[in-house]
Ligand binder design. Structure first.
Ligand code: SAH
Length: 401
């Protein structure tokens, strides 16, 4: 039967008591919460979710292959999921980022999935280019409407799709990447904090740059003057350039990715005002390189540890904890008195309290007393909502020895 929005759509009913999280506007429904559903519902189709007593709860995207079987698009019964819906959500997300864009910053995360009411949709802007990730069956089905709305909201000339993240496999979706609108001719030029960066939007990690660390790069810049800096897991040199711009004496940057380091060198060259002679680079595994440095008696006054996600899920947290402890222990041993350590975890499976405990364990083993100068998180274009605290993945500590 057609409903108030004039559409007929599959109806999915939850088990008794399983409506609570949706009533609190948490957008996910796990397969175990479902009482019954039409087996023929297509991937990405829009469904209406009902409580066991028949109460309407939400309108959601159906993901038949995933444990997260449905993701809510809206909790308003009179809102259809159509092109106008995506335009409204994307316009709101873009408007919310306006304060973060100015003459010195033209790169920003425009859409941060659940926190912007668009589960499975991630969009980063690098100057005139947008990089889009569609990470679930719902966004996949509405791909055209999403891309059209993004172009309308931003006037961007280039749109690249990087739907090549591993989570696509859990959705039964193929990896897809390529240019969707306009054209791409090598790395895209953008600016952060007045510094020039080149972003490999087609071949780089994630969407090409770690925009979530913008505030923390600014913090490192602020503290860098006169310091000997170690930037471990440097990727394309974001913290390296920030430290040089802040007046660091020297910066040693380590990463295992050759292509990332090549782009880091290009980024340094793109900023002729920076003292390039103060930068040295090592293509190496951080775990072994830190041991080499420690055995050599190296000392640093500012160390950045920004490793990849060691624990994508909570199940992998204990193995990840050993890895975090290892690198933090080695770093703390090489931190000169008065030195600063900016240490991060972007693992969704590791909470900030647990991370602090792991770092505290490393400090105890290293026999280093340290003070928490600041608790660090992602920049405001990666918002966290009260209803969806799982969205908070990046946490860090600025410590002083
Ligand atoms: N701090 C960076 C982002 C770091 S992302 C920025 O601000 O842009 C994590 C980086 O760790 C990636 O560049 C990846 O290539 C690198 N990496 C992953 N495992 C590594 C290892 N064992 N040794 C060295 N680098 C590693």
């Amino acid at each position: 039967m057609p409903d108030r929005t004039g559409a007929t759509r599959p109806r999915v009913t939850l088990k008794p008591g399983r409506e609570k999280s949706l009533l609190a506007h948490h957008p996910w429904v796990f397969s175990g919460a479902l009482a019954d559903a039409d087996a023929a519902i297509e991937p990405g189709a829009t469904v209406d979710l009902h409580a066991a007593d028949g109460t309407w709860l939400a309108r959601a995207a159906w993901s038949p292959s995933s444990q997260i079987r449905a993701r809510a698009w809206t909790f308003a019964a009179d809102t259809p999921i159509d092109a106008a819906f995506f335009r409204a959500r994307i316009d709101a997300a873009v408007a919310a980022r306006a304060p973060l864009v100015d003459a010195d910053h033209d790169a920003v995360r425009l859409v941060h999935a659940e926190a912007d009411g668009l589960p499975g949709v991630v969009v980063d802007r690098y100057a005139d280019a947008l990089v889009v990730q569609l990470l679930a069956a719902g966004p996949e089905r509405h791909r055209e409407a999403i891309v059209d709305a993004l172009v309308a909201a931003t006037g961007a000339r280039t749109v690249v799709e990087r739907s090549d993240a591993e989570v696509r496999a859990l959705e039964g979706l193929p990896m897809r990447h390529g240019v969707v609108r306009g054209h791409v001719d090598g790395p895209v030029a953008m600016r952060e904090a007045g510094l020039a960066y080149r972003v490999d939007v087609l071949g780089g990690q994630k969407t090409g740059f770690y925009l979530d660390q913008r505030d923390n790069r600014a913090l490192v810049r602020q503290h860098a003057r006169g310091r000997r800096v170690l930037n471990a897991f440097c990727y394309t040199g974001g913290f390296t350039l920030a430290a040089l711009a802040g007046g660091a004496d020297s910066v040693l940057s380590i990463d295992s990715s050759g292509p990332a380091l090549a782009l880091a060198l290009a980024n340094l060259a793109a900023n002729p005002t920076l003292a390039a002679s103060r930068a040295t680079w090592a293509e190496a595994d951080v775990f072994s390189e830190l041991r080499v440095l420690r055995n050599r008696g190296a000392q640093f006054d500012l160390i950045v540890l920004d490793p990849p996600k060691f624990a994508p899920t909570a199940a992998l947290a204990s193995r990840a904890a050993r890895a975090y402890k290892d690198i933090n222990l080695l770093a703390l041993k090489m931190l000169a008195p008065g030195g600063l350590l900016a240490t991060f975890s972007c693992s969704g499976g590791i909470g900030s309290e647990f991370f602090q405990k792991v770092v505290a364990g490393a400090a105890a083993d290293a026999r280093v007393d340290a003070t928490i100068v600041a608790r660090l998180a992602a920049t405001a274009d990666h918002p966290v909502t009260l209803a969806f605290p799982e969205g908070e993945y990046l946490k860090g500590l600025l410590l002083r020895r």
